[in-house]
Design a protein around this ligand. Structure first.
Ligand code: 4NP
Length: 591
């Protein structure tokens, strides 16, 4: 039975959205720095590892936070544009509490890469008209622009000599290259071990650079170390073989310890584990989404689809883990969550689509089912905590979350499959997930709906407009409604994003836009849109809604006022999105 009453839906959604999400950021002095939604909005805290008391570092931080063992300063971004994601860079000293603006006179911008080595801060940022890389020196109080770039580059590390990052620097949407800036010489180099390969996440240790690349395998990422002085490229010599045996497909994060050992969070089929010097530190089946190492311990945030993020400390020698920050789900939420399954669904052309299923214990089988296509599109639904997936199951819907072609986590060949073809074969994969739900006995024909956010909202609108007979109804959060209009409104980062995603094929923007097909809609649609969204802006969504009005379709539109795209940074905004979805779905399943 799906939840119908407003009171019950609100109570359950409130119980789920208030469950904190945790990100381990690093260590500053004797403090473990982490970010969390525990106070209602995404904020950063410092936990004293000796006394276990905590200090607030900054409220409403905008995603990126950096700490470094050699400094008591914590560096973070704050959106100074009420949700439009124009940020300044700040630093606060954990000991003294003093805060300073690092980015000085640099105009607020979309910052997609931030690095801190304890003394210097580097970042890559984009405005409407330009993109650049900046370097700040904390002791000197200086900020300088060191390079101009195209728009979607990610600064990943900095030290006294270099700034390194990565992006589509060769202009090939299928590949990514490493950017190496020698600061003193003012020299920039685009490095790739092999033309056409994907190279990401460079991390410096003196004159050495660790990074992940698919250049040998052509599909799976592996770790490599480049000596920046001699240009010798080699595989790291690891003390243990656990990581090689696990065969990670890609890495959630990676880095060096203070004494030059390599750590990495390896990912495969929606589960990830922490490895140090090749040794498996666990902590078990599920997902490590962030980690830091310090003083004989690893600190990780760990979750599964059914258990919320906890911060664990793992002893590096014994591998024993302890819960440092616990996170409990209310019993009525736990009782409503059914089985988690991983299946591979065969799509129209034979491609296997890796899919996570979370069944609802509140409904029978077959029963009401939601297909949930994730956002990104270069992202995935893994065996990790997702408030949206969990809420849908708790509300009585079986959830099918296909990692359609283009998703991360299944190799570079699979991830590249949507480039030049978004809204094409990836939509067939989502339709295949619906078919699987019916044929596999999860749902009856005519009882499947679709819910998605961002690229998932786009997918929802594309399904409702181009495959109108498949769906009972759909909820589109912050959807892409019109690629042409969105491109006009985009800043340098998102213009590059669209150029890469479409492999330059702007001529198909219209053909791949839901707004082109509004008259085809048959099922009721609910749209939830943040007002100050600078990724999927409101204007094209309102144009889409105008067409819904003029063609007489059944729809709901809810605008989330004064906030930006990333609703998951704000518990109340996330709860509103879920509550609108819940009430819309319950009405749809009543009829
Ligand atoms: P996401 O949103 O799914 O949250 O990453 C998107 C925003 C913009 C674009 C795609 C997805 N874009 O192509 O510009």
């Amino acid at each position: 039975m799906v939840v119908r009453g407003i009171a019950e839906a609100s109570r359950l959604i409130e119980a789920i959205t208030r469950v904190p999400r945790y990100v381990v950021e690093g260590v500053a002095g004797r403090f473990l720095v982490y970010s969390s939604t525990e106070g209602g909005t995404y904020s950063t805290y410092a936990l004293d590892l000796v006394t276990h008391t905590k200090k607030l570092i900054a409220t409403e931080v905008h995603m990126a936070v950096r700490a470094h063992e050699s400094s008591t300063k914590v560096v973070y971004l704050k959106d100074v544009s009420r949700g439009f994601e124009l940020s300044r860079v700040f630093a606060r000293d954990v000991e003294t509490g003093d805060e300073l603006v690092v980015s000085g006179d640099v105009e607020p911008q979309r910052i997609a890469g931030l690095a801190f080595d304890g003394a210097r801060i580097a970042w890559s940022g984009a405005t409407k008209t330009q993109a650049a890389i900046y370097l700040a020196n904390l002791a000197r109080g200086t900020v300088e622009k060191v390079a101009e770039t195209r728009g979607r580059e990610f600064v990943a590390d900095v030290n006294e000599k270099y700034i390194v990052g990565y992006g589509h620097l060769a202009g090939n949407p299928m590949s990514s290259e490493i950017l190496i800036i020698d600061v003193a010489k003012g020299a920039q180099e685009v490095y790739t071990p092999k033309e056409g390969s994907s190279n990401v996440a460079p991390r410096l240790f003196g004159g050495k650079m660790l990074f992940a690349s698919d250049f040998e395998d052509g599909d799976r990422m592996r770790l490599y170390v480049l000596d920046l002085e001699t240009r010798e490229l080699r595989k790291p010599e690891l003390g243990y073989s656990d990581m090689d045996k696990f065969e990670p497909v890609e890495f959630v994060d990676l880095g060096w310890t203070r004494d030059g050992k390599i750590w990495a969070i390896g990912k495969k089929r929606g589960n990830s584990r922490l490895f140090l010097d090749g040794k498996d530190l666990g902590p078990g089946t599920g997902f490590v989404s962030s980690a830091t190492l310090h003083g004989g311990k690893a600190y990780v945030s760990f979750s599964t689809l059914k258990t919320p993020p906890k911060v664990l400390s793992i002893d590096i020698e014994s591998k024993k883990s302890e819960v440092l920050i616990d996170n409990e789900l209310p019993l009525e939420v736990v009782e409503r969550l059914g089985e988690v399954r991983y299946v591979e669904i065969t799509s129209f052309d034979g491609l296997k689509v890796p899919t996570y299923i979370l069944e609802s214990n509140a409904s029978a089988k077959p029963g009401p089912t939601v297909v949930y296509p994730h956002g990104g599109p270069w992202s995935e639904v893994a065996n990790s905590w997702s408030p949206i997936v969990v809420s849908l199951a708790v509300l009585g819907y079986h959830v099918v979350a296909p990692n359609f072609r283009g998703s991360t986590g299944y190799g570079e060949k699979f991830r590249r499959l949507d480039i030049g073809d978004p809204g094409g074969a990836d939509m067939e994969d989502v339709a295949a997930a619906r078919k699987w739900a019916v044929e596999g006995g999860l749902s009856k024909e005519g009882e499947v709906s679709i819910v998605g956010y961002s690229y998932g909202g786009y997918t929802t609108l594309m399904q409702l407009t181009t495959k109108p007979k498949l769906w009972k109804c759909g909820v589109a959060g912050a959807p892409v409604a019109d690629w042409e209009k969105m491109y006009e409104l985009a800043d340098r980062y998102f213009k590059t994003f669209q150029e890469v995603l479409f492999a330059g094929r702007k001529e198909i923007f219209r053909e791949r836009s839901p707004i082109t097909y509004v008259e085809n809609i048959q099922a009721p649609v609910c749209i939830v849109q943040p007002q100050n969204d600078s990724r999927t802006p409101i204007q094209p969504v309102l144009d889409f809604v105008n067409k819904l009005v003029s063609t007489g379709k059944s729809f709901e539109l809810h605008v989330l006022p004064d906030i930006g795209h990333t609703v998951s940074l704000n518990n109340e905004a996330l709860a509103k999105f879920l509550l609108y979805a819940a009430l819309f779905l319950s009405r749809c399943y009543k009829e």
